[in-house]
Design a protein around this ligand. Structure first.
Ligand code: UGA
Length: 439
């Protein structure tokens, strides 16, 4: 078993750290935020992720994981240091690497033994060459430090499961020593390892995410055409999915992809291409389609209603997908301001995302309209003139079609997640608009 340090305790870092501890390694997670460190020590996860707190508590009690702000003591004798800090998008689409650089410098100043630095964060191709050089430039002790790329493929909401049961682990190394060490660290996971060079590993992450984003945008594009020609996107997707070359996953048309990854990674790869004098036309198209898709339902509803002014609008779901309290690039963030700007009185329901949303849009009067957060769906729907579904939370999916007719003033529903069958909503007397299907 190895002594592992993890820099950054966001989705990537914390989940990796906890899973390494679960596999028996001795882990120290480092974060600059003292409050967050104390929270984690008391067994509380700073992020909402199913199963995570359980594992945090179990491994902390067993003494396999600790949390600290003291990076020096965490790094100095570590066999491997995993970097999982953020690489946020900059206005031009490029990735901000300042957090990685800060950690790299701290590592160079702290390590006292040979050590492998493993970058889990998504970084532009070639970055890890620079990180290695950067560490060499600042290295204080005469020890061996190499950098490996080990991109992360977990999805929010199922992060722990995705890490413990990943379909593959990508390791990008430039020496046998680094490859062997990383392979041994991952041995207890019993997951197939794909070993490539560093730049290919960096590229695999972008190419995978952008391919999935492309798949979604393609389905959204086809869905919009389906509506015009009278086809049904769900039937079309079903028919396509039997072809194993296409597969059945990520064929769900909807209100566009959100989250911290697809929007950022599509723009980042497009930027990388541009920097290299190449135009990545497919990825650019995926970005363009997604931009339009986010407000597709709002545009449809605007045509149907004369105005939103003074209307009670039920908004079901605020997060970018179920199972997370994350709002980054969520469709709600684009649509709610448009509705408020038109004077709508919004009643929003989200089982975990409302608190974060209220930080951006405080409850009460808001622009020309107002927003109220409710903890049960019925309250949002009661007497509403129109309802928008932005996230397919279980609480929304299990709602019966009749409920809309019984509770709403006018049962008019715009569903961005195609939760219901068109026929069942029609039979229940609901005017139902969705994505890629005729009302
Ligand atoms: C995504 C990838 O799925 C992970 O493999 C990757 O590791 C992660 O990014 C990352 O780079 O860190 P995530 O952003 O958490 O994970 O969420 P997804 O489940 O992939 O969903 C992203 C968005 O696509 C959501 O808004 C979702 O609603 C949308 N989506 C997904 C669709 O509109 N249709 C689909 O068929 C699937």
């Amino acid at each position: 078993m190895y002594k592992i340090a993890v820099a950054g305790t966001g989705y990537v870092g914390l989940v990796a750290g906890v899973c390494f501890a679960e596999m028996g390694h001795e882990v120290t997670c480092v974060d600059i935020d003292e409050e967050k460190v104390n929270l984690m020590k008391s067994g509380v996860s700073p992020i909402y992720e199913s199963g995570l707190e359980n594992l945090m508590q179990r491994n902390y009690t067993a003494g396999r994981i600790n949390y600290t702000t003291d990076y020096h003591s965490a790094y100095k004798n570590a066999n491997a240091i995993f970097i999982g800090v953020g690489t946020p998008e900059q206005p031009d689409g490029s990735a901000n690497l300042s957090y990685i650089a800060t950690v790299a410098r701290q590592i160079a100043e702290s390590v006292e033994n040979d050590c492998l630095v493993v970058v889990k964060s998504t970084v532009p191709v070639g970055t890890n060459d620079k990180v290695e050089q950067f560490i060499q430039d600042f290295l204080v002790k005469d020890v061996k430090v190499e950098v490996a790329s080990n991109p992360e493929f977990l999805a929010q909401g199922s992060a722990v499961h995705d890490t413990l049961h990943a379909e593959r682990i990508i390791i990008g190394t430039e020496s046998k020593w680094a490859e062997d060490l990383l392979t041994k660290i991952y041995e207890p996971f019993h997951i197939p390892i794909v070993s490539v060079n560093r730049r290919s590993a960096e590229m695999i992450k972008y190419a995978s995410n952008d391919f999935l984003a492309l798949k979604i945008s393609y389905m959204n594009d086809i869905a919009n055409l389906c509506e015009l020609v009278g086809a049904d996107i769900q039937d079309v997707a079903k028919g396509m999915s039997f072809d194993e070359r296409i597969g059945s996953k990520f064929l769900n048309a909807g209100i566009g992809f959100g989250g911290s990854c697809f929007p950022k990674d599509t723009k980042a790869l497009e930027y990388i291409a541009r920097q290299n004098g190449y135009e990545l036309k497919t990825v650019k198209a995926a970005i363009d389609v997604n931009k339009e898709q986010k407000t597709m339902l709002y545009k449809k509803a605007s045509k149907r209603l004369i105005t939103f002014n003074g209307l009670k609008v039920a908004v079901l779901g605020l997060t970018f997908k179920p199972g997370t309290d994350d709002l980054r690039e969520a469709a709600s963030l684009e649509n709610v301001p448009l509705l408020l700007g038109q004077g709508a009185d919004i009643y929003a329901f989200d089982p975990v995302g409302a608190e974060n949303f209220a930080k951006v849009h405080p409850e009460g009067k808001n622009g020309k309209g107002s927003i109220t957060y409710v903890s049960n769906i019925e309250h949002a729907l009661e007497d509403a003139n129109v309802c928008f579904i932005f996230t397919e939370w279980g609480e929304v999916k299990t709602l019966l079609p009749e409920t809309y007719r019984e509770l709403m003033r006018t049962p008019l529903v715009y569903d961005g997640r195609n939760i219901y069958r068109v026929e069942e909503m029609q039979e229940a007397g609901v005017e139902y608009h969705s994505i890629g299907r005729r009302p």
